[in-house]
Design a protein around this ligand. Structure first.
Ligand code: ZN
Length: 313
């Protein structure tokens, strides 16, 4: 019996969006002054909630009132490689599209580097970027605001989800959301990355719709009334910011969590055992430690981050 999680919504057929400003990239100009705003889906090919949203907005013919709106299905080849028997494999073709952004000056050797070079001029045009992701495990939605104050401020203006994560990205390579002006504190450019929940939960689509509607309205390129009815959810009473201080990677892929975690648990005491890596205890380094995106229920490869640890800001 398969222990793959259930797929709760239908995957969109995206071949109709191949022809655009570049393959699977669509640019809509208002002809009026305003920001260039980009919404991207499928940076990871199996993270489909964002693709449902971009597909729906393209199908609805959403056009900007001011500035320019760009939509992209980033790792479309990975999406098209989806096989329900091995659903996690379609995250990428050769490598992680979201780790190549620091080495695009090098000759492209992988499907993802080649695709990133096609997407790059559009990312460089964008003043504001929303990158739609989802999670392997059943975790609560998180807004990854990057390391800078401006990212946290934008996440607060969007107003949802509850948890804003301030993080420096991955040692393994630069993310798209940190590329160029997005990662420069002096640049007005700004980017957000939403993790909507588990990849194939219907609730992840609801989160992707809500966040995208709020982001586009906040950007000023469209009016809130231009967006599909019913996408906005209620606004949480409060958001909280968690600053990531540690990323715990498994040495050899032999990590066992002491129990299932769903993420954003606050562990009261320093020294609490979270799990064992190769038999060595992994403990909380300080009191009131927040567990960010714990992976407690899957086979792991060596070097994979099993949990990030953070402080409430
Ligand atoms: Zn992702």
């Amino acid at each position: 019996m398969s222990d793959n999680p259930p797929i709760e919504f239908e995957f969109p057929s995206l071949r109709r969006w191949e022809a655009g400003a570049a393959p699977y990239i669509h640019v809509k100009e208002s002809g009026k002054p305003g920001p260039t705003v980009m919404v991207t889906a499928l940076t990871h090919g199996n993270e489909v909630s964002g693709a449902v949203v971009v597909d729906a907005l393209l199908a609805a013919g959403l056009a900007p009132r001011h500035g320019t709106l760009i939509f992209s299905f980033n790792n479309i080849d990975a999406y098209h490689s989806f096989d329900a028997r091995t659903p996690f494999k379609s995250r990428m073709v050769d490598e992680d599209f979201n780790r190549v952004w620091g080495r695009l000056d090098q000759p492209p050797t992988t499907t993802e580097m080649k695709r990133a070079l096609i997407v790059k001029p559009f990312v460089e045009r964008a003043d504001l970027l929303l990158d739609l992701h989802s999670m392997h495990d059943d975790c609560v939605p998180l807004m990854l605001a990057g390391p800078l104050d401006k990212g946290v401020a934008l996440a607060r203006r969007v107003g949802t989800p509850v948890d804003i994560i301030r993080d420096a990205g991955h040692a393994a390579g630069m993310r798209m959301r940190d590329y160029g002006g997005f990662g420069d504190p002096k640049s007005p450019k700004n980017a957000l990355l939403i993790e909507t929940g588990q990849h194939w939960r219907a609730s992840s689509v609801a989160v992707a719709k809500d966040v995208t509607a709020r982001f586009l309205a906040e950007s000023g390129v469209v009016d809130a009334a231009d967006l599909p009815a019913g996408w906005r959810q209620s606004t949480p009473a409060q958001q909280r910011v968690v600053e990531v201080t540690h990323a715990v990677a498994t040495k050899r892929g032999n990590y066992q969590s002491v129990r299932p975690f769903e993420g954003q648990e606050v562990i009261d005491k320093a020294g609490t055992v979270l799990g064992h890596d190769d038999g060595e205890p992994v403990t909380t380094p300080y009191d009131k430690c927040v567990l960010v995106m714990p992976s407690s229920n899957r086979p792991l490869r060596a070097g994979v981050t099993v949990v990030r640890l953070g402080r409430l800001a």
